[in-house]
Design a binder for this molecule. Structure first.
Ligand code: ATP
Length: 768
């Protein structure tokens, strides 16, 4: 209801005014402290003597850090100036007399005088009552205890420019109007924070135990990306003492996607999280000696049907194999071979007779004692230990030799009377001594480098190349001989050309970790993966091993697994092989928030056609809109006018983002050509490496559209039909689930054979 009609209006206005005053007070304080700090910093800079003590520098550093903190505080307060909170809950813990009125907002705030809470942070344990509980007896858990009590009120506010516009009390049956209003909004080419409308199932994901890995299967539009970012904010809030933001790593599918989500974290007050894509991470950690092909290239070859059927099957088999744990076994066996080849052939002996260590002992160090280290680091360790022992032995032998020759010289001095003869013999023994010592020193100096040189080191790419040189390595797995031949041949050819594909990265990362180690310079403690269905099990396993943390938050949707030839087809594999002993939590997000009931119903029919029992249809939240429009044409000029109509409509409805989605990049180029020829609209053809421009229409291939959303999506099928093939069905599902508000499908006659199975009379006037 309009705020003014609410019985508590004046009380609420009073509270809002008070809260805003408190915000201003804190803000004023933060600003003046920062001003003082800045002055102090300037003074410290001026007074800094380059040759002076480190004290001056420490002062500068501390002052800089303080200014940073104050600036963040200021930003945090600025962000809540206009809208300090979005809801209130009245809660009385069991045994307490009074209900506490808790106002929940983006960040917490305390009264300056009494330290009483003015605003409770949405991430605080008690705030879960707003997201999940209904008025009545309730409980919530913090890290240390479970609190039970009674919730008497749950109230939402809409505040605009500091003014109270609406007040809504949520009773047991109330619909979530705030959510409905938020979903009616239009898309502005970036994702938004949703703290005021997080739903119960999403809240459970955000607040899932931070000490264990978490795997989330979520339908299209269920908020996976959004929730992933909110969980990061939640994690940093609760782990602020033990965790720096740089120690969280987000792995996004491509740079376009990173740009798309870039604003949400700062909106949530989170800065400095390490955001990257898997290919970039791989290049940084494993090396750039070989070129990693754009991961979409292969997919596009499949989509554009550039391979003959038998080759296609073999290609898909190889991709799947390279991402499997069976391939990991091959890599493990290869590493065993490397170890065997490294086994020392000789004892470590100084000057042929002074044994320092036997080859068996050194081999035991290599295989057992230093097994906790990557293999080549074990060699470094062996070099260090042998070096120390050699030094000791050399000193000992030198001492013995000196003693021996000194005694000889002494004997000559005492026993030979003739001075001339005596002199001659002394010189003789002194020369011998010198020569022997020189020999020992020389032998000692050359021994270690010569011994260590026998342990041949190769870089990780050469090892990977070596792996495919011998088909025998794959024989024990009883795999089809033809497939193994094809795998080894194609892999060798592309590695000889110094080219890698995404499928190679799992084994390479794993090899690098086992042979050289991945230094984890940033000390990553928590990895968040979005669109994880496109990763392989081996890839996630290798990441876990290489980074050395088991805390992963993984989001994906199998129904959108357009890279399923190399990606994950069953989450159980991840649970079984990556986190078998880590108590990985598995949650699902089934409701879809992005789009309307009408659009989701159509998209769910595509899921039905996939015939995959593990893939469930999404449940749309109740938001109705236009029925999807399907129209068929003969003349390719025809849809241009329809698109014009759609654009007009979109403008009147206040829609801001419009995409024309084509089945492949090739199809999109044709669409671009057609629209360029017939219209003067500004167009942008999106690829995974693009950033959004301000265009009237975005033209985007279905696989690149994954993860994005638009107010209006037009699927245009000029020359390429989506067939009943699994990949086509997934592409079509991805494309259909992109719009927030309206979906139109324009297909040249014959290019949409699936229409027959989608209840055409319901959607398509011209179809019968
Ligand atoms: N609780 C919510 N309140 C308001 N909007 C929400 C909520 N949950 C999700 N949304 C909106 O739904 C849309 C889809 O969210 P998001 O892109 O995070 O979903 P997704 O599961 O990653 O989708 P997909 O897998 O299809 O790419 C976004 O516009 C997001 O803001």
């Amino acid at each position: 209801m309009s705020a003014k009609d609410h019985p508590d209006y004046s009380e609420e206005v009073e509270r809002l005014v008070e809260t805003r005053k408190a915000v201003e007070e804190w803000l004023g304080k933060a600003q003046s402290s920062r001003g003082e700090q800045r002055k102090h910093f300037k003074r410290a800079m001026k007074g800094l003597n380059v040759r002076d003590s480190s004290e001056g520098y420490i002062d500068l550093l501390v002052s800089g850090k303080l200014m940073d903190m104050l600036m963040r505080d200021e930003d945090r307060l600025q962000a809540i100036r206009e809208k300090p909170y979005f809801c209130r809950i009245d809660f009385r813990p069991d045994g307490a007399g009074e209900y506490e009125k808790l106002y929940i907002g983006k960040t917490s705030l305390f009264r300056r005088d009494s330290q009483q809470p003015v605003i409770v942070d949405w991430r605080a344990p008690i705030a879960t009552l707003y997201y999940e509980a209904r008025p009545g007896p309730v409980s919530y858990s913090s890290e240390t205890e479970t609190v039970t009590g009674h919730l008497s009120l749950k109230r939402q506010y809409e505040i605009e420019s500091g003014e109270l516009v609406e007040i809504r009390d949520i009773d047991v049956t109330a619909r979530d109007d705030l959510l409905a209003a938020s979903l009616r909004k239009s898309a502005d080419r970036r994702l938004n924070e949703i703290i005021s409308t997080i739903q119960a199932e999403q809240n459970r994901v955000i607040r899932a135990d931070l000490d264990f890995p978490l795997l989330v299967q979520g339908a299209a539009g269920s908020g996976k990306t959004t929730i992933a970012l909110h969980r990061i904010a939640y994690c940093l809030y609760h782990r602020a003492e033990t965790f720096d933001p740089e120690q969280m790593m987000i792995l996004a599918p491509n740079r376009l996607f990173l740009g798309y989500v870039a604003d949400v974290l700062p909106e949530l007050g989170v800065l400095d999280v390490y955001q990257t894509t898997f290919p970039d991470f791989f290049r940084e950690e494993v090396g750039k000696k070989m070129e990693l092909a754009d991961p979409d290239q292969k997919l596009l070859r499949f989509i554009q049907r550039e391979e003959s059927e038998p080759t296609l099957l073999l290609e898909k088999w190889c991709s799947r194999f390279k991402g499997s744990m069976t391939f990991k076994e091959v890599v493990d066996a290869y590493i065993e071979e490397v170890l065997e080849q490294l086994a020392p052939r000789e004892d470590f002996i100084l000057g042929k007779k002074y044994l320092i260590r036997t080859k068996e002992e050194i081999n035991r160090w290599l295989r057992v004692d230093y097994a906790y280290l990557p293999i080549y680091r074990r060699l470094e360790k062996i070099r260090q230990v042998l070096g120390r022992e050699l030094k000791r032995k050399t000193e000992e032998v030198v001492k013995q030799a000196e003693q021996y020759y000194d005694e000889k010289i002494e004997q000559v001095r005492y026993r030979i009377r003739d001075p001339e003869k005596r002199r001659e013999r002394v010189i003789h023994w002194m020369d011998r001594k010198e020569a022997v010592l020189e020999k020992i020193r020389k032998a000692s100096a050359s021994l270690l480098p010569r011994y260590m040189a026998a342990f041949r080191k190769k870089d990780v790419f050469s090892h990977y190349r070596e792996l495919f040189r011998n088909e025998e390595r794959f024989r024990s797995l009883s795999l089809p001989a033809e497939n193994i031949r094809y795998l080894c041949q194609t892999a060798s050819e592309s590695l000889d050309r110094k080219q890698l594909e995404m499928e190679d990265t799992a084994a390479l990362l794993y090899l690098k970790h086992r042979l050289y180690g991945i230094p984890n310079r940033r000390k990553i403690k928590h990895v968040v993966i979005d669109e994880a269905q496109d990763f392989s099990v081996f890839q996630i396993y290798a990441l876990k091993e290489a980074i050395g943390t088991r805390i992963f938050t993984i989001f994906g949707d199998l129904a959108q697994g357009i890279h399923s030839y190399r990606g994950i087809t069953d989450w159980q594999e991840v649970l079984d092989h990556v986190f078998p002993e880590d108590r990985c939590q598995f949650l699902t997000l089934e409701k879809s928030y992005r789009t309307t009931v009408e659009i989701m119903e159509l998209a769910n029919q595509i899921i039905g056609l996939m015939n995959a029992p593990g893939i469930l249809p999404a449940r749309p939240v109740v938001r109705h809109g236009d029925k999807p429009l399907i129209r068929l044409f003969d003349d390719p000029e025809e849809p241009v006018d329809w698109i014009r109509n759609e654009l007009e409509r979109a403008k009147t409805n206040g829609f801001r983002s419009v995409a024309v989605i084509g089945r492949s990049l090739r199809e999109c180029r044709k669409i671009e050509k057609l629209l360029k020829r017939r219209t003067d609209w500004s167009l942008q053809l999106l690829t995974g490496e693009s950033t959004f421009e301000d265009a009237d229409i975005i033209i985007v291939p279905a696989h690149t559209a994954k993860g994005l959303e638009f107010d209006l999506a037009i699927l245009l099928m000029l020359d390429e039909p989506y067939t009943r093939d699994e990949l086509d069905l997934k592409l079509l599902y991805v494309a259909m689930t992109r719009p927030l508000h309206r979906l139109a499908i324009f297909a040249r006659n014959g290019m949409f054979p699936l229409l027959e199975e989608l209840d055409p009379a319901k959607y398509c006037k011209k179809c019968r």
